[in-house]
Design a protein around this ligand. Structure first.
Ligand code: NAG
Ligand code: NAG
Ligand code: NAG
Length: 461
């Protein structure tokens, strides 16, 4: 039997490498290494208070690390309620609108009526917070009866940030397409509700037809976008609160993920009049971090000056480690579903007891058989890279791939895609791909599941 058919590949892009090497080795004298490694060491005790846990949980949900989930964790009910009804949700969605507009303003509108922006409706244009407030903020299962009653009221308010975006896009000359998972039968009430909330002059309002019932949201929405492209429309932007709004085919040039820690998928469930953003640094910077982690911000060069202290607090305080821990739990729970992986774990058993390296990465390496490390570092750093990997506890990787001279100057996303294509050509099946940069995860030959590690410090294209 072909050995490669049993292979489980894990691509490790190099949060670990970068953090350990750049921050520690290059910036600090050798003698201080161990002290600095304590910052991210296994020995470091984190108190997993509910707020902390729930904030980390929210991170994995917004980055899609969690994949499918059904209900918010019980202990996070209060957290999600505070998030949705307090200043954070308003602030987070405001920053998404700012990101969207800064992209939109760079688009040249041809004037032929074909430049469009696609919006989802629920939790994107309209907010159902009033409903969720009555029904447990995502802690209860979807109830069609109460949900339909709410929809038929047609009184969902606009998400203020989205109404601002919508109006500004219209002013810039975009045509707006609304693409919702709601059924055709709800067309009239939905139209009434959109008008009630202040939306006007959309180009098209698309509902799920009878023949599309039961299709996965990501398929249904991709097909509809493909039809738009076939009609000659250019999809510049796409705003949605669900990853199924944004992934698939006929993708927009830029997609914008709105926050939603209440539910996953297209089932819907609600706003009081939200208080205005206070503009305090903490909220702004937390929102900034979310847009960076979800790739809404696109390319960014430096942390905003006013967030420097908070990002320092994030990286060295009690937030970064739990965020990465939850990432590991998500990855492990996926890894355990991969056939054959559990029978093939013996080679890594040495690693488990080592300290002084990043917890998350270590646990992952233990679960998988074949691990490929794919780094943007140059070939010239092979020896130092191997040395630091071994010194912090990693063993038995299958391959360590570094940038050859011929790869210099390539965009990271191109270089990494090419390497993954080569692996697939050799017969490897790429199941998982953790990385702190979106360029680690996007492109071609993508893993079955990608896992985004937190990194609010820098962006690599
Ligand atoms: C949905 O809500 C209605 C009204 O509160 C209730 O009668 C019904 O049992 C609920 N259905 C489910 C499946 O929980
Ligand atoms: C929706 O409104 C149109 C015209 O106002 C009407 O003809 C149609 O029957 C309505 N559809 C439903 C499902 O109520
Ligand atoms: C790396 O190590 C190998 C063997 O240990 C040595 O032959 C080689 O010259 C080293 N390369 C660099 C760039 O230091």
């Amino acid at each position: 039997m072909d050995f490669s058919r049993f292979v489980v590949v894990l691509l490790f892009s190099c949060l670990i490498l970068r953090i350990v090497s750049q921050s520690v080795i290059q910036n600090w004298p050798e003698s201080r290494n161990s002290g600095n490694l304590d910052l991210i060491s296994i020995n470091r005790k984190i108190r997993r208070l509910d707020t902390l846990f729930c904030d980390s949980w929210r991170f994995t949900v917004e980055t899609n690390d969690a994949g499918f989930w059904e209900k918010i964790p019980k202990r996070c009910l209060r957290f999600v309620e505070d998030y949705m009804t307090g200043d954070r949700y308003v602030s987070d969605s405001d920053v998404v609108t700012d990101d969207s507009l800064s992209f939109a303003s760079t688009v040249e509108i041809a004037g032929d009526g074909k430049d469009i922006w696609v919006f989802d409706i629920d939790e994107t244009l309209l907010s159902n917070v009033p409903y969720y407030q009555l029904y447990g903020f995502g802690s209860e299962f979807y109830n069609e009866t109460t949900w339909d009653e709410w929809i038929n009221l047609a009184e969902a308010p606009a998400l203020p940030a989205s109404l601002r975006l919508y109006r500004e896009l219209r002013r810039l000359g975009f045509k707006v397409f609304l693409l919702t998972g709601r059924p055709e039968a709800q067309r009239n009430v939905t139209k009434k509700n959109l008008l009630y909330a202040g939306y006007r002059n959309w180009e098209r309002l698309i509902f799920r037809g009878d023949s599309e019932e039961g299709k996965r949201a990501v398929v249904y929405k991709s097909e509809k976008r493909m039809e738009m492209e076939a009609e000659g429309y250019r999809i510049h932007g796409n705003s949605g609160d669900q990853w199924s709004d944004l992934l698939g085919s006929a993708l927009a040039k830029r997609s914008f993920k709105l926050p939603n820690p209440v539910y996953y998928k297209v089932e819907i469930r609600a706003i009081l009049i939200l208080s205005p953003v206070t503009g305090r640094f903490r909220e702004f910077c937390d929102s900034w971090r979310l847009t960076v982690e979800t790739n809404n911000a696109g390319l960014w060069e430096k942390i905003p000056k006013r967030c420097l202290r908070l990002m320092q607090e994030y990286m060295t305080g009690e937030r970064y480690m739990p965020d990465s821990d939850i990432f590991t739990e998500d990855s492990m729970s996926f890894a355990s579903t991969v056939e054959d992986s559990m029978t093939l774990t013996t080679r890594c058993s040495l690693i488990c007891s080592t300290t002084n390296s990043m917890d998350s990465g270590l646990h992952l390496a233990v679960a998988m058989l074949q691990v490929f490390l794919l780094s943007g570092r140059p070939e010239a750093q092979r020896n130092t890279t191997e040395k630091i990997l071994l010194s912090v506890g990693y063993r038995n990787w299958e391959g360590l791939i570094l940038r050859a001279t011929s790869d210099e100057g390539k965009l990271a996303v191109v270089y990494k895609s090419e390497k993954r294509i080569e692996m697939e050509a050799e017969g490897y099946r790429i199941h998982g791909n953790p990385g702190d940069q979106w360029s680690d995860l996007l492109g071609f030959s993508m893993a079955k599941r990608s896992f985004k590690l937190p990194n609010p410090m820098y962006y690599i294209t």
